[in-house]
Write a protein that binds this ligand. Structure first.
Ligand SMILES: O=C(O)CCC(=O)C(=O)O
Length: 289
């Protein structure tokens, strides 16, 4: 398997990222790299290393609160699994996040001479998963401040809007606020967090106050979005899986910035507001030569 960058990242792609807050890089890595992650990802299903967000959604709905769901028949219903930090325990996830071409791509796109790993994350919607991914910004979940923060969303399947392609609000990385983070499948906010409420993106889109873009993707394509870009995803109404691994990287200008109530990681032991990220917390995974 070739695990090198298949082609250079163009200036046009870099400028698209900084203008729209997202870019889709076509055929940038070998699809075999993504195929090599299918078994490691499948091994996480039904373990304590991933959360069943569909079960969480059922509990939220039972308590009378909002769950964001699409119009998918409940028969043969699939589950939405999500997990983070698999790179710490599993060699193949470590390779994917730290030693594959992904960090170099992040460095090129962010125009950063250093790339550090914040986390990896698996996001798998089984066939017939009704849960949407609620609109959110990644930065609201990270104890980080800076402009060079990105997420690379790496699909393991062919993904369309019917199967839950991620949708991005173009240019929203330039909006002034970091909005209060939510429970990912619900507009309910994470208790103890702060920030203004996220605008009603669906209503804004209807009234042409914002533009929402998404991409049909195949394994080997990667979308890269800015840490402040508002994004979400639909249900998976198809008979196939919609599996992805998201890699979240920080660049040169990032420093720690505590966000009250946002998830803390046991291995992040050096969070001091204003300090650069610490090697033990967020390893350097790429340096410009
Ligand atoms: O895969 C999804 O449904 C959402 C992806 C996402 O929010 C992310 O990768 O930051």
């Amino acid at each position: 398997m070739t695990s090198v960058l298949l082609r250079t990242i163009t200036n046009d792609e870099i400028e698209t990222f900084w203008r729209d807050g997202v870019v889709c890089l076509r055929k940038v890595v070998n699809p075999d790299l993504l195929r090599s992650m299918e078994a490691p990802l499948a091994a996480l299903f039904d373990t304590s290393e991933v959360a069943d967000l569909s079960a969480m959604g059922d509990a939220i709905a039972k308590s009378g609160n909002d769950v964001q769901r699409g119009d998918v028949p409940l028969t043969g219903r699939g589950r939405f699994f999500a997990g983070v930090d698999h790179w710490r325990e599993h060699d193949q996830f470590h390779f994917f996040a730290c030693d594959s071409p992904m960090p170099e791509i992040a460095g090129a796109i962010m125009r950063s001479s250093t790339v550090r790993l914040w986390e990896d994350s698996v996001l798998a919607k089984e066939p017939g998963t009704i849960e949407r991914t609620a609109w959110h910004q990644d930065l609201a979940y990270f104890h980080v401040e800076g402009n060079k923060v990105c997420t690379m969303w790496c699909p393991l399947d062919n993904v369309t809007s019917e199967s839950g392609a991620v949708k991005f609000v173009a240019g929203s990385h330039l909006w002034p606020d970091v909005y209060q983070p939510n429970l990912f499948i619900s507009s309910m906010v994470i208790p103890g967090t702060n920030g203004p409420a996220i605008p009603d993106i669906d209503a804004m889109e209807q009234s042409n106050e914002c533009s929402v873009i998404s991409f049909n993707t195949e394994p080997g394509d990667v979308t890269v979005h800015h840490g402040r870009t508002i994004h979400g995803a639909g249900p998976n109404t198809t008979q196939g899986f919609r599996r992805a691994i998201s890699l979240r990287y920080c660049g040169d200008d990032t420093t720690y910035f505590t966000r009250a109530g946002a998830p803390l990681k046991a291995h992040h032991r050096h969070i001091v507001d204003g300090n650069p990220l610490h090697e033990d917390d967020c390893p350097t995974v790429w340096l410009a030569s």
